[in-house]
Design a protein around this ligand. Structure first.
Ligand SMILES: [Zn+2]
Length: 405
């Protein structure tokens, strides 16, 4: 068997294509494989699939292929433009690459597999290709897989946002909470993003009326967006975000009190954590500072927070009464930040209580969020919102990529 025959088999080439020659350059570390079609060979029309189209003229093209051991492998072929009786003159498709790509299908499959495992920057170094070419491949397969995605069963949606760069450029995420998959991501974090999500949902077989529960933070933009686009959906405010606001209020009380109470120095994290997560020394400090006779406002705020956490442990029947007691305690606390936090709870009353009916929480969103953090790492260095969105779909979208194997 000649080496060209072996390559022909390995590459799965079918007539009229055949391997003509391969040139191995040890110095350059590369293998160049020349492919050609047999004289008189005919092709399918790329538009209408009509068989038997003859070559009209040809154009030389090159594709990067999987390495042959450590040697970079490139394919070369003259690609025919074919004459179809119905469609006229069109560039024929080749079986080893998709139209317009400078990579073979197998090389693209490798990129797709590795991009979920390592930063694109590192991948670009390993395969010695410019990262923008790799991003183009990722964009293509993600767009293709998303075009086929079916979101007709989406009923419970979680909404969250993430910064694509530190402090600016936000990306909003819409998650199917039952299947824990990102179904939509877009730039921005305003009410309009909810409208974009709704359009996309409908385009993928979903129905806005089918969405019965939405879980989000208390951002007015999301609340008004959901109210407009999904008026029949119940809102549940994410537990984690509600707690975060209470926590921030505790921190604010400490910050204000700090000037007059030197014993509060370097205690910030003690008040932010739960007692069971403290070191022995922190726990001792907490116990000392919590003594009633010290009359620390921060200790009172902290106590309000600990009790608030018990809200989610209440039975469904007692939950509202519990929240009402907490609320009246907080507003009478004479701690301005806690009163503000209580007012916030009051304004979002039904969405906070809704949890006892829906039980939806963005715990799933938190799980997704760790994937999003991974996506950020994969997109490091090229973190445009677009690249980040592509990477989020790739690793948190549960998309079905039809890739060659
Ligand atoms: Zn045709």
């Amino acid at each position: 068997m000649k080496d060209t025959e072996l390559l022909q088999l390995a590459m799965g080439l079918i007539p009229p294509w055949q391997v003509m020659q391969c040139a191995f350059d040890k110095e350059q570390g590369r293998l160049d494989i020349s492919i050609d079609f047999v004289r008189g060979g005919t092709f399918l029309c790329p538009e209408c699939n009509r068989a038997g189209c003859k070559a009209y003229d040809t154009e030389e093209r090159t594709w990067r292929h999987l390495n042959f051991f450590q040697y970079e492998t490139h394919l070369h072929a003259r690609v025919p433009r074919v004459q179809c009786e119905s469609c006229g003159i069109k560039v024929a498709n080749v079986p080893w690459a998709r139209p317009g790509s400078g990579f073979t299908l197998l090389f693209e499959a490798l990129i797709m597999a590795l991009a979920g495992q390592m930063p694109v920057q590192a991948l670009a170094r390993i395969v010695k290709e410019h990262d923008t070419r790799l991003w183009r491949v990722l964009d293509h397969y993600v767009a293709e897989a998303r075009a086929k995605a079916d979101y007709s069963t989406v009923e419970q949606v979680g909404v969250d946002e993430t910064a694509s760069r530190r402090g600016h450029n936000y990306v909003s995420l819409f998650v199917d909470l039952e299947r824990s998959q990102v179904v939509y991501a877009c730039e921005g974090k305003d009410a309009a993003t909810v409208g974009l999500f709704k359009q996309d949902l409908i385009a993928h077989g979903g129905a806005a009326e089918a969405v019965s529960e939405v879980c989000c933070d208390m951002s007015p933009a999301f609340i008004s967006g959901v109210g407009e686009q999904f008026p029949q959906a119940h809102l549940t405010f994410d537990k984690f975000h509600v707690l975060k606001i209470i926590n921030e209020a505790v921190d604010e009380v400490r910050r204000q009190e700090r000037a007059s109470r030197p014993e509060l120095a370097k205690t910030r994290y003690i008040w932010l954590k739960n007692p069971e997560h403290l070191t022995e020394r922190q726990a001792a400090t907490l116990e000392r500072l919590s003594l009633k006779k010290l009359k620390l406002k921060t200790a009172r705020a902290y106590h309000l927070r600990l009790v608030f956490q018990e809200f989610w442990e209440q039975g469904k029947e007692g939950a509202e009464a519990f929240l009402r007691r907490w609320y009246s305690w907080a507003v009478r606390s004479r701690l301005a930040p806690m009163r503000e936090a209580a007012a916030m709870v009051k304004r979002h009353w039904s969405g906070i209580l809704r949890w006892f009916e829906s039980r939806v929480s963005n715990g799933i969103l938190e799980g997704i969020n760790s994937l999003v953090q991974a996506a950020k790492a994969r997109a490091r260095g090229y973190r445009t919102a677009r690249n980040l969105i592509t990477m989020i779909y790739l690793i948190a979208g549960k998309l079905d990529f039809s890739l060659p194997t």
